[in-house]
Each structure stands twice: as C-alpha cells, then as structure tokens.
Design a protein around this ligand. Structure first.
Ligand code: PEP
Length: 251
C-alpha cells in the first residue's frame, strides 16, 4: 500500500505571518484525514514559523531547495543538515523552475538527492518535459534520462518521492489529461522496477502541473498517480484543502 501524498509548493510567496495563517488553516482543514501525507513547502524564511505551527500534527514540512555540500564558503546556500535541523522531513529537488532559472543540472539533482538521504531528509525529485520536447515526441526519452541520472548510485529508493511535472503544465492552467499523466507515471514506475525490482513498489509518484480541486478527481483515479505536487492552488487554503480531501476520499 503506497498511500497518497499532497504537497504544496508555495514557491517565493508568503511573508511569515501569511505563512502561519495558511499553514494553520491547512492543518485545521485536514484534521483527521487518513491514509496519506500532507506536506507544506514554504520559502526558507518561513520554515521555522510553519514548523512551530504544524509540529506534532499530521502535516509535515519540506524545503524547496538545498545545496549538496556539507558546510563552508557557499554564500546564500542552505545545507541538507540545516534543513533537517529546522524541522523538515522532505526537500524538493530539481524543480523545473530551478532547472530553468538557476541552471540546475541532472548531476546536481543527483548530488542533492544523495546528500539529502545521507542526513535523513526525504527528497521529492521533480522531472518533466517541456512543451517543445512533448511536441517532438521525446517525452519518455527526456523523463527517462532525468530519472536515471537523478538516481544514479542510489541503491535504496525507500525514502524517495518522484514528482512528474510536465513543464508546459506548471503555472499555465494547462494540465495533462489523466491518461497523458498516467502514461508517464507508468513509464517512470517501469524504470524504477528495472532499477530496483520490488523494492520500488511503495515509491510514490506525484503529478504536478496546474492541479486544482476540480481536475484532481480524475487524475487521482489513475493507478500510478499517488497524489499531487501543487503550486498556485496551494496558496489558497480552501482550494488546497479541497484537493487533499478529494485525494483522500478516492485513495
Ligand atoms: C509546481 O510548482 O510544482 C506546480 C505544479 O505549480 P502549479 O500547480 O502552479 O502548476
């Protein structure tokens, strides 16, 4: 039984007071929900305040990024151990916005994934093709390389979550159809099967890209979609709670 997960990626949004209010409403709105995990990913500046708001509850915390070196002269960076120390259970790695605006490569994603696991943080590794790549029919080729490179040299998948996020669907309102998403999720699960055998059966694969409380119902019906990584819709508590409730009802 894989269980479900819904993670809210707040990106570069929310001052500390807003973050506290939003996390409080999400916590209260999802009280008693069973069979899955609710994760919030505020910006670094709000991690501590959100941790204090949700600690001891069913909601867990994720950072949006980390650096793979342990410590030292890396101005502006935050280490995996620091993220763990502040109360995070998860860290998002390889989000397409980091790949696009900050030059994050598959090699860096791999180094970050390894480092996060080494300190006991669970990575949520994002992969996905661009509009152009989908148009050229190379979605599986691109996603396959991203997954294999991200996991290179990692022999235990147990603490890893994969998020399939087609770049053309992020923040655009154009989400993948359930069938399109399921095709890629199944493809990813097959790659994991080839790499790890039965050991990958419990690995969650989330869908991300313009998820709303309306379109989640059909997506979550798909066998290999175990939940969602939600951007824009995670900034409104009613909308986000609605998504979580629908996922928990259907799974
Ligand atoms: C994301 O940032 O991971 C994301 C999926 O964004 P949105 O839901 O806004 O498309």
């Amino acid at each position: 039984m894989r269980g479900w997960m819904v993670a809210g990626n707040w990106k570069m949004n929310n001052m500390v007071s807003e973050a506290v209010n939003l996390s409080k409403s999400v916590k209260e709105g999802t009280e008693g929900i069973k069979g899955g995990e609710v994760v919030l990913s505020p910006p670094f500046t709000a991690l501590h305040a959100v941790y204090e708001t949700i600690k001891g509850s069913h909601v867990t915390l994720a950072a949006q990024n980390m650096f793979y070196e342990e410590k030292g002269a890396y101005t502006g960076e935050v280490s995996a151990a620091m993220i763990k120390d502040i109360g995070c259970t998860y860290v998002i790695i390889g989000h397409s916005e980091r790949r696009k605006y900050f030059g994050e490569t598959d090699e860096w994603v791999n180094l970050k994934a390894k480092k996060s696991l080494a300190v006991g943080l669970k990575p949520i590794i994002c992969v996905g093709e661009t509009d152009d790549e989908r148009g050229k029919g190379v979605t599986e080729f691109v996603v396959g390389i991203q997954v294999k490179k991200a996991l290179n040299g990692i022999d235990n998948m147990g603490n890893i979550v994969i998020a399939y996020e087609p770049v053309w669907a992020i923040g655009t309102g154009k989400n993948a159809t359930p069938a399109e998403a399921e095709d890629v999720h199944r493809f990813i699960r097959n790659i994991l099967g080839d790499m790890y055998g039965d050991a990958c059966k419990n690995v969650k694969i989330l869908y991300g890209g313009s998820v709303t409380h309306q379109n989640i119902s059909d997506l979550i019906e798909m066998e290999d979609i175990d939940g969602a990584l939600v951007g824009g819709a995670s900034l409104k508590s009613e909308e986000f709670v609605g998504i979580i409730r629908k996922v928990s009802e259907k799974r």
